[in-house]
Design a protein around this ligand. Structure first.
Ligand code: ADP
Ligand code: ADP
Length: 231
C-alpha cells in the first residue's frame, strides 16, 4: 500500500517513533520490552511513568494517583506535559517506542503537533488486538517487576525463578489496579477513547493491525516483519 503518513522513510528524517496501542492486558509492555531491545529504542510507558511519579510523591504523582486508583484516565493536559518532557530527554534521542500514550485523540493531536514542530513524525502505529474476554484473565495473572517494570504472567510468561524478575532478581508484585473489578472499569472506560485514537491514525493509513492472541514471540515476529516489509 502507499504510505501517506509514516513508513520507513520517516526514520531517515528524524528519530524513529513507534506507537503501541491496545487495551489493558493486550501485551503492550511485553512487546515494548522485546522491541526496544531488538531495535535499540527507548521504551516510554505512560503507566510506568505515572506509577514512578506516585512512588516519588511528586505533585504530578499526587494528582495522578486519584485517577489511577479509580481506573480513570489521568487528564489530558497533565499527561501530555509529562510525556512530552520524557520524549525530550537524551534517553529518547535515537527514538522511542511509546506504550500507552496517546490514549485520547487530544493526546494524539498534541503528539503529532509537537513532533511536526521538530520536523519529526510517527513511523508506525501498531495495534495489538485481543478479545475482551481474554484480557481480564491475562491481567489477573500479571506480575510486574517494581524495579524495571517488566511484566510477566504466572502461566503464559513465567519468570525463570518463580516470583523473581529475570533482569534484576527483584520480587515480582501484583499491581493494585490489576484487581478484576478495577480491570473491568479500566476496560470499560478506556476502550472507547482507544478506538477513537485508532480511527484517527487509521484514517492516515498508519496502523498495522496485529493478532495479539498469538504466543508472545509470534506477536513480536509479526510486528518486526511488518516494520521491515510494510504490511
Ligand atoms: P499491557 O501493557 O498491554 O497492559 P502486558 O504486556 O503487561 O499488557 O501483558 C498483560 C499480561 O498478559 C502480562 O501478564 C503478560 O505476561 C501477558 N501476555 C502478554 N502477551 C501475551 C500473549 N501474547 N499471550 C499470553 N499472555 C500474554
Ligand atoms: P495498562 O496495563 O492499563 O495498559 P497502564 O500501566 O498503561 O495500564 O496505565 C495505568 C494507569 O495510568 C491508567 O489506568 C491511567 O490511569 C494512567 N494512564 C496511563 N497512560 C495514560 C494516558 N495516556 N492518558 C491518561 N492516563 C493514562
Amino acid at each position: 500500500m502507499t504510505d501517506p503518513g509514516g513508513g520507513p522513510a520517516a526514520s531517515s528524517r528524524g528519530r524513529r517513533i513507534l506507537l503501541l496501542v491496545g487495551p489493558v492486558g493486550a501485551g503492550k509492555g511485553t512487546q515494548a520490552a522485546a522491541l526496544s531491545g531488538e531495535l535499540g529504542l527507548a521504551h516510554l510507558a505512560s503507566g510506568n511513568l505515572f506509577r514512578q511519579a506516585v512512588l516519588d510523591g511528586s505533585p504530578l504523582g499526587e494528582q495522578a494517583r486519584v485517577y489511577m486508583e479509580r481506573g480513570d484516565l489521568v487528564p489530558d493536559d497533565m499527561t501530555i506535559e509529562m510525556f512530552m518532557h520524557e520524549l525530550s530527554k537524551p534517553a529518547a534521542a535515537r527514538g522511542a517506542i511509546l506504550d500507552g500514550f496517546p490514549r485520547t485523540v487530544t493526546q494524539a493531536r498534541a503528539l503529532d503537533a509537537t513532533l511536526a514542530r521538530r520536523g519529526e513524525q510517527i513511523e508506525r502505529v501498531i495495534s495489538i488486538e485481543v478479545p475482551m474476554e481474554e484480557l481480564v484473565a491475562r491481567v489477573a495473572g500479571r506480575r510486574v517487576c517494581p524495579e524495571c517494570g517488566t511484566p510477566y504472567h504466572v502461566d503464559s510468561d513465567p519468570p525463570k525463578v518463580a516470583g523473581r524478575c529475570d533482569n534484576d532478581g527483584t520480587e515480582l508484585q501484583q499491581r493494585d489496579d490489576d484487581r478484576p473489578e478495577v480491570v473491568r472499569a479500566r476496560l470499560e472506560k478506556q476502550v472507547r477513547p482507544m478506538l477513537e485514537v485508532l480511527d484517527y491514525y487509521d484514517q492516515k493509513g498508519m496502523v498495522q493491525h496485529v493478532d495479539g492472541t498469538q504466543p508472545i514471540p509470534a506477536v513480536t515476529t509479526e510486528i518486526l516483519e511488518g516494520l521491515r516489509d510494510g504490511w
